[in-house]
Every structure is written in C-alpha cells, then in structure tokens.
Design a protein around this ligand. Structure first.
Ligand code: SF4
Length: 265
C-alpha cells in the first residue's frame, strides 16, 4: 500500500538555521528560501579541508563506541587514517576517552561510559517543526544526561565569551528539542560538553535555564515572522563579510559601510 505524506506548509527549522536567525534574521530568510537549505556541508570532497577533516573525525566518533564496547581500554587500538591531521585528532580523542573510562571505572560507573546515543536525529512536529542532529548523549549518574558536541575547528574555543554564549544557544536548541520530542523522559538534561580535537580541549558546563527560555522566545519570534510573512530585519555586522547572501542583500555591498573587515572577529 502506498502512503502519501501530507506535504508540510513550512520547512522544519534545524539548529544551524536557528543560529543563523540569531545572527541575522534577513540572512535566515535567504537561507530558508534557498533550495540548498537542507545541505549540511557533509560532502566527502576535499575542496574545503577543514570541513572534510571535521567530517572524517565525526565519522570515526560515530562508530568508535560500538567497536570498543567489549574490549578493555588497554587493548584499544588506534586506527590509522590517510590524513595525518585527522590521525592526530583521533589519537588525542581516543586518549581522552581512555582517561574518562579509567575515571568512571574508579567510580564504579562503567556502564555510563557507553553513550546513550551517537549521531541522534530528533524531530518535533508543530506549527513549524524543528529538527536536529545531536553528536552524542552521555549519561551522568542515574538520572541526568549531557549533550555532547564535537567541534573540530580553531575558532571553537569555549574560553571566548561569545563562543560560550553561542554554545548555550546551540545546546539550548537541542535541549528544548529533546524535551519537546520526549526522547529521554526519564532523564534530566543538565549538562553540555564540547570536545575539540583541533585545540585538544574538552569543556563541560551546566545548561542554563535562561538560555532555554531565550531559545523559546527566539523560536516564537521566528514562527511569527514566517507564518505572518513579516519583515526579517537586517543585522549588519562584520559577519556580513562572510555572508553567502551579501550580494542580494545589498547591491551596494562592496561600497564601504563603515566596517573594518580586516579586524579580527
Ligand atoms: S549581508 Fe549582513 S545584513 Fe545582509 S543578510 Fe547577510 S548577514 Fe544579514
């Protein structure tokens, strides 16, 4: 029997679109209308080595835990990778997971080592749906979980205040999505963790209730603008320089507008 899915009036909002909206509502509008809206930049070509390496690292992490579940850490092997930068990331990551394993073993919480989920796709239906792809969910103790993000890039330094703010928004989006879709009704989502194999750092933080409220406020504003066809205002900032829609947004874009794009962000 053929089942025809009713076509949705509005596209779902994914996390990266939500983050674009926070950066500039007009850019979001262009992105939302773009036929390439669903492109995740997950291509396997090497035209952008940073993206390619990040994707390679994600692929490794996705299957890592399934492969080592029955093997004690002392016997874990370090797989080889054709690219030496990716190899270094993997080597560091496995070392960090060995440390975590040892610490958990000491605390007699070995069962918490294995993530609850890897590469989890979540979807929530509403007036405008929302969706997300979460890198990993870890358990902390009996009743709490931690949303884990792999961020393979120099710029993902959580010691920078603007990065913490943006990460709170990203994780806030995921946390609300998990709650609304009732993915883990028996757990409280209390923490986030960012693992950056390029900077070789791990950060862990508590999820702030303020950032969760802020996600809902911004989301309600997006829904209102989309459904009532309201104006999406421009938010001019140094980031305009890297905006893929800068030409349609402003035909005079190349004329000076008082922003020094050579200053570091
Ligand atoms: S060029 Fe700037 S103002 Fe225009 S859409 Fe892009 S980010 Fe927004």
């Amino acid at each position: 029997m053929l089942i025809f899915m009713k076509e949705k009036k509005y596209k779902a909002i994914r996390k990266s679109a939500f983050m674009v909206y926070k950066q500039c509502p007009r850019r979001f509008e262009y992105n939302y209308k773009d036929p390439k809206y669903w492109d995740y930049g997950a291509s396997d070509d090497k035209s952008d080595m940073k993206i390619w390496r990040g994707n390679q690292f994600h692929k490794f992490c996705e299957t890592f835990f399934d492969k080592i579940i029955t093997i004690p850490p002392k016997d874990w092997s370090f797989p080889t990778h054709e690219d030496e930068v990716v190899q270094r990331m993997i080597f560091w990551f496995v070392g960090k997971e060995v440390e975590r394993h040892i610490k958990l073993e000491h605390d007699k919480q070995l069962e918490y080592f294995q993530p609850l989920a890897n590469e989890l796709k979540v979807y929530y239906e509403n007036t405008i749906d929302r969706t997300g792809h979460i890198d990993r969910i870890d358990r902390i103790g009996e009743k709490e979980v931690c949303v884990v993000e792999y961020k393979a890039g120099q710029s993902y330094n959580m010691e920078l205040p603007e990065r913490i703010t943006s990460m709170n928004a990203e994780i806030g989006f995921y946390t609300q999505l998990l709650k609304l879709a009732k993915v883990y009704p028996d757990y409280k989502i209390t923490h986030w963790k960012v693992i950056n194999p390029v900077l070789q750092k791990v950060w862990m933080n508590k999820i702030s209730p303020i950032s969760l409220r802020s996600v809902e406020t911004v989301f309600a504003d997006m829904v209102d603008k989309i459904t009532k066809k309201k104006v999406f205002p421009k938010k001019i900032s140094p980031l305009c320089h890297w905006c893929p829609y800068k030409v349609p947004c402003d035909p005079f874009y190349d004329k000076p507008i008082g922003i020094d794009f050579n200053k570091p962000l």
